[in-house]
Ligand binder design. Structure first.
Ligand SMILES: [Fe+2]
Ligand SMILES: [Fe+2]
Length: 349
């Protein structure tokens, strides 16, 4: 694992590098905050040990910048300090520091703190598991390409814009955004329970088949609820369940599976609904061409207050340029054709 040391005191830096190197870490070192910041941008460092006072940028500012940047992975931040007193501790915590090591440091203490840092960083494998699960579900629905990657970015854009909305004030914080980002790829997990002849049918679905397809919300929601019952503290499962249940509900109450309306639909589901539809409209599927952003925008606007929460449509308009950026960046290379396992291939009728 790569670790960055930001320390202007040469002798202290050398000792730190020696201890961490002996513990098996791949160590990068900077002697000022600005250089540390640049190294962080260009390398995949998961743990930072930073001095408090440094030239060009102090440790607090470095920490704030690490917390403010938009990267998927969590960086564990340890502030190295000879200061003491609760005021400084609070200041460090407010900047986003995870832990503190007081100088002169004790090698054994540092080893133990690094272990706890590793534990936190490894929590991220949880995120990887979630995404793998979602990809597994998506593998049964191959026409969707990079749908999950795009949709979770769209969800994040909407959340950020909604932070400025009066109705959502106080409901959306960093934790909520992170949970939405983590959980949104699970929205269609229930599709694993839909038979191939419906899921992979190239033509229009009959009413009966449509009813069957709609069951993916119930299958997904129920499955995630069962997981949540055995792990009630796993907040991502709660959000994932909300999303699975409600991403096809409509603001006017004409959606499915429960016909919830307005604010009875959890905010997570209202956000997901727009992100999902925008992506479906603007990407090519076997049964339709991709619409332009402008046409999709018109459709979303028409659905303001009927299909979609007006506040979420407004958030889309405010973040339109970011939507376009993600759409361009995560384009599907080519339209994928549905594939069934041979034994279960749908008939061509
Ligand atoms: Fe769905
Ligand atoms: Fe979707």
């Amino acid at each position: 694992m790569q670790v960055l040391i930001a320390e202007d005191d040469r002798s202290s830096s050398i000792v730190l590098q020696g201890v961490l190197g002996a513990l098996g870490y791949d160590v990068l070192a900077a002697t000022d905050g600005q250089t540390a910041w640049e190294l962080l941008r260009d390398n995949d460092c998961r743990i930072v040990i930073s001095d408090w006072q440094m030239p060009r940028m102090d440790g607090l500012e470095l920490c704030r910048r690490v917390r403010a940047r938009d990267v998927g992975c969590y960086v564990y931040f340890i502030l190295l300090t000879s200061r003491s007193g609760s005021h400084n501790l609070v200041e460090g915590l407010q900047a986003g520091a995870d832990d503190f090591v007081t100088k002169p440091f004790d090698a054994e203490e540092l080893r133990v703190r690094m272990k706890s840092a590793e534990r936190v960083v490894s929590l991220e494998s949880r995120d990887l598991i979630i995404f793998t699960l979602a990809k597994l579900a998506e593998s049964r629905d191959p026409e969707t390409g990079a749908h999950l990657e795009r949709v979770r970015e769209y969800v994040r854009i909407l959340c950020k814009r909604l932070q400025d909305d009066k109705a959502c004030r106080g409901k959306i914080d960093q934790d909520f955004i992170q949970l939405m980002y983590l959980s949104s790829p699970l929205h269609d997990i229930g599709k694993v329970g839909i038979p191939d002849n419906v899921l992979l049918k190239p033509g229009r679905l009959t009413d009966e088949e449509m009813d069957c397809m709609r069951e993916h919300t119930v299958i997904g929601g129920t499955t995630l609820d069962a997981a949540l019952a055995s792990h009630p503290s796993a907040s991502f499962l709660r959000v994932a369940s909300e999303i699975a249940w409600t991403h096809h509900e409509r603001y006017d109450g004409r959606g499915y599976p429960n016909g919830l309306a307005g604010k009875d639909i959890p905010l997570s589901g209202r956000i997901m609904a727009l992100a999902d539809v925008y992506d479906a409209l603007t990407t090519k599927r076997v049964y339709k061409d991709a619409m332009s952003h402008e046409t999709a925008r018109e459709i979303l606007l028409e659905g303001r207050g009927t299909q979609f929460d007006p506040a979420v449509v407004d958030a889309f308009l405010a973040g339109e340029s970011d939507f376009l950026r993600i759409k361009k960046m995560l384009q599907d290379s080519e339209p994928l054709a549905p594939q069934a396992t041979p034994a279960l291939a749908p008939t061509a009728s």
